[in-house]
Design a protein around this ligand. Structure first.
Ligand code: SAH
Ligand code: SF4
Length: 349
């Protein structure tokens, strides 16, 4: 059966017309999906015959939730979804006092292959379709609604490189922010990239003011070539220039991510290089303590080293935050969750 979110607004309206229904029914259906209603029969303001016809023809979602796990006393929850065709991806919901953030996947696996990232350990599967990305959010809406919460932020920091699945990601961002669908302000959507420069430029031209996050991790080519291999194609100085153009075009400060790896990129030299690279840029630096991944040579620095690195970068006039340990477990969804969830599989009732 066809996943209903794989249809555009016009396509669904055409289907409705074919079933003798007015076009405005499409908005009603979308409003239910946006509220997390996954059962067509529960869409109470639709005529019974229409509900039945919808259920015969469509699935509310193509994702099958095959495992869930929780952390932080229930404040963080992860779901492993099976996609049509058998690949799986994960999404993470993080609950804070003032917001709820979903960390979303854009690809099953990732073709970039950063050596500290668990996603690279799995062979690349496939690109997600736009509806598969939106469906992760619809599921989070449903889960949060049951707790009296609203999904307020979405970060593309799960599995995959969003800019390597550009068209589906942009389409999903339009859907996520469409007031008739999920209505999440683009400003509350973060697209994180390892640095595909042409796509960053293209994203800037779309005029959707999403927040751009650049996974920097090193400020000199020699080191970044190793940590983020796409750097060999798109060197770091060009990347920061492209990100700056994006920032100026959208008026949105770029967030630079820096996974802290002890003895690798946490030295005084690295802090200095980072400071001079980002001087006078519309930038915010986000330090992420490394989340251990088996079979990698990396370790997280101790707290004192993180603090002194932060202070060194701040001393050069930059804005720096350290992601909390909760974020460390959850925000860096990127594959290691996949692994962890797989190890502690909890069947979903
Ligand atoms: N592919 C995109 C988005 C997904 S990764 C990107 O690289 O930006 C999201 C973030 O998690 C990136 O900043 C990535 O570098 C970081 N990350 C990956 N593995 C990590 C780990 N083991 N510990 C902490 N952060 C990690
Ligand atoms: Fe891919 Fe991002 Fe992981 Fe690198 S950090 S392998 S780009 S998901």
């Amino acid at each position: 059966m066809t996943p209903i979110l794989s249809l555009s607004a016009a396509e669904l309206e055409r289907w409705l017309e074919g079933h003798g229904e007015p076009a405005y029914r499409r908005k009603q259906v979308w409003a239910w999906l946006a509220r997390g209603e996954m059962d067509f029969d529960g869409m109470r303001d639709l005529p019974r015959a229409l509900r039945e016809a919808l259920a015969k023809e469509f699935r509310a979602s193509s994702l099958r939730s095959i495992a869930t796990s929780q952390a932080d006393r229930g404040l963080t929850s992860k779901t492993l979804f099976e996609l049509d065709g058998g690949h799986s991806v994960e999404a993470v919901v993080m609950r804070y006092p003032d917001r709820s953030t979903l960390c979303i996947s854009s690809q099953a696996g990732c073709p970039i292959g950063c050596p500290f990232c668990a996603t690279g350990k799995f062979p690349f599967g496939r690109n997600l379709k736009a509806h598969e990305i939106v469906e992760q959010a619809a599921d989070a809406v449903r889960v949060l609604a049951a707790e009296g919460r609203r999904l307020s932020h979405v970060v593309f920091m799960g599995m995959g490189e969003p800019m390597a699945n550009y068209h589906a990601v942009v389409e999903s961002v339009r859907r996520l922010s469409d007031p008739e669908l999920l209505g999440i302000s683009p400003r509350r959507i973060v697209v994180s990239t390892s640095g595909l420069i042409p796509r960053i430029t293209q994203l800037g031209e779309e005029k959707i003011p999403v927040t751009l996050a650049i996974s920097l991790h090193a400020a000199r080519d020699e080191l970044r070539d190793v940590l983020v291999p796409i750097n060999r194609k798109y060197p770091v100085q060009d990347l920061v220039d492209a990100a700056q153009t994006y920032a100026e075009g959208t008026g949105r400060r770029v967030s630079y991510e820096w996974v802290m790896l002890a003895g690798v990129n946490d030295t005084e030299r690295d802090a200095k290089e980072l400071g001079s690279l980002l001087k006078h840029r519309l930038a915010h630096v986000n330090l992420i303590p490394f989340n251990p991944v088996e079979d990698t040579p990396y370790h997280a620095p101790d707290r004192a080293s993180i603090r002194s690195f932060k202070e060194r970068v701040e001393a050069q006039g930059l804005n720096v935050t350290v992601r909390d340990t909760r974020g460390r477990e959850a925000d860096a969804a990127c594959g290691q969750l996949h692994e962890r969830v797989m190890r502690t599989r909890v069947p979903v009732s």
